[in-house]
Design a binder for this molecule. Structure first.
Ligand SMILES: [Zn+2]
Length: 416
């Protein structure tokens, strides 16, 4: 009888005693200092990093993971994704409004974020083009524990001047862009649009400042910044042109997205004000598929070197940067994550050192996403979002393509 009672008690108490996972790490990479600490042990308990050190005692009963021949880094972050969107080559931007429901878009987004997690992206900032808040539902599904996915910060609908990013839709068709944009054309309308997205759970506010003949003014962008910051959210602004970027910088946004034409003077002001550049630095092969975005962008062969030059200048000036891919295409035989990692080649072409690239993909991106108190670094007390690769990313950043171990919130997603 006593044995039975003891067994029942053991069963009842077992879930309360969380198992410790001990990771034997060959090298832990510190992207901030571009250094590595060799032969470390990381103890993980209840999803958090409990302790780190060389020669730490491994508690009895701990699950031991041998990564002693691997390089361990914080989980990767992409600060500019559109996981529910796939552009259709040579078709109008709006084609997928007609062909794909919000449900299908959401399921496609879920498929893409799961692939991204497998590849080592443990957090994503998804900045709109997600139908009727489909990405917000992907986030809810993951937060509910139905799927073991990455941390998702999503923007809800993109806020833009009348017309969203659609040009020349005939009046007869109606405002079909409202499927995934909120028209907002004054500070008051922008405040309402920001509140609408906050209501639906947005973790970032996304504005498109200049996809039409009428650009957002400083006052309009300032209204978004004021309203978003009051709720603790950052503001990300899509800017292709110099004028729009001037207004966004003046209004004190948190990040400029794209910013292909940013001048040195603008980059210096961004540095002074602590505004991040999320450069979405497209490889030319991707631009060939996206095209000129309805005439808004130069030809791929012209734009690709402009992007490399701007990335080089931004790094030289010392602007804070977060890695953002803006991948919206599919390619046969390749995952969305493979395509996101294609952007590494552009950063290499701009001569950015591997440690700085890794920093833009981890600790700095976490700061922009406002999750840095919990993620983006390997430190005691933070969530255990870790990846490992059999090659040193500080020697060759392309080793991030070889990630073979992924841990998300202390749970093993993938192991060698
Ligand atoms: Zn984008």
């Amino acid at each position: 009888m006593r044995t039975l009672l003891a067994s029942i008690l053991l069963l009842l108490t077992a879930p309360l005693c969380a198992q410790v996972i001990a990771i034997r790490a060959g090298t832990i990479i510190d992207p901030v200092h571009g250094s590595g600490a060799k032969d470390q042990v990381i103890l993980v308990e209840n999803g958090k990093i409990k302790s780190i050190g060389a020669g730490l005692a491994i508690p009895a009963g701990a699950q031991v993971l041998d990564l002693s021949h691997e390089w361990v880094t914080p989980g990767l972050i992409d600060a500019h994704t559109h996981m529910t969107l796939t552009e259709i080559k040579d078709a109008p931007f709006e084609s997928y409004y007609l062909n794909q429901s919000s449900t299908l878009r959401g399921l496609h987004g879920l498929h893409n974020v799961m692939q991204a997690l497998q590849a080592g992206f443990t957090a994503l900032r998804d900045v709109g083009n997600s139908a009727e808040w489909a990405m917000s539902d992907v986030r809810r599904a993951i937060d509910s524990g139905w799927f073991a996915g990455p941390t998702i910060i999503d923007s809800g609908k993109i806020i833009a001047p009348f017309g969203g990013q659609s040009l020349g839709i005939p009046p007869r068709q109606g405002p079909i862009w409202q499927f995934e944009y909120i028209d907002a054309d004054s500070p008051a309308e922008i405040r309402k649009a920001v509140r609408t997205n906050i209501y639906y759970g947005a973790g970032v506010i996304k504005l498109v400042a200049d996809n039409s003949a009428y650009h957002y003014s400083v006052d309009e962008i300032r209204a978004a910044v004021d309203e978003a910051h009051r709720a603790g959210l950052p503001v990300a602004v899509h800017c292709y042109t110099v004028d729009a970027a001037d207004n966004a910088i003046e209004a004190g946004v948190d990040s400029i997205e794209h910013g292909f034409e940013l001048t040195d003077a603008q980059l210096k002001r961004m540095k002074e004000k602590g505004i991040f550049l999320v450069g979405t630095d497209f490889p030319q092969a991707h631009l060939e598929i996206v095209g000129t975005s309805g005439g808004l962008l130069p030809e791929p062969a012209v734009l690709a070197p402009i992007i490399i030059d701007r990335l080089k200048r931004a790094h030289r000036i010392g602007v804070r940067m977060a890695f953002g891919s803006d991948t919206t295409i599919d390619m046969p035989g390749r995952t969305r994550a493979d395509l996101m990692l294609d952007y590494l080649a552009v950063w290499r072409a701009a001569g950015i050192p591997p440690a700085d690239i890794l920093r833009a993909m981890t600790v700095d991106a976490a700061e922009l996403l406002r999750i840095n108190k919990d993620r983006g670094s390997i430190a005691v007390g933070l969530s255990a979002d870790l990846v490992a690769t059999p090659g040193n990313p500080l020697d060759d950043i392309e080793n991030l393509r070889r990630i073979d171990f992924v841990m998300k919130d202390g749970k093993i997603v993938r192991r060698p």
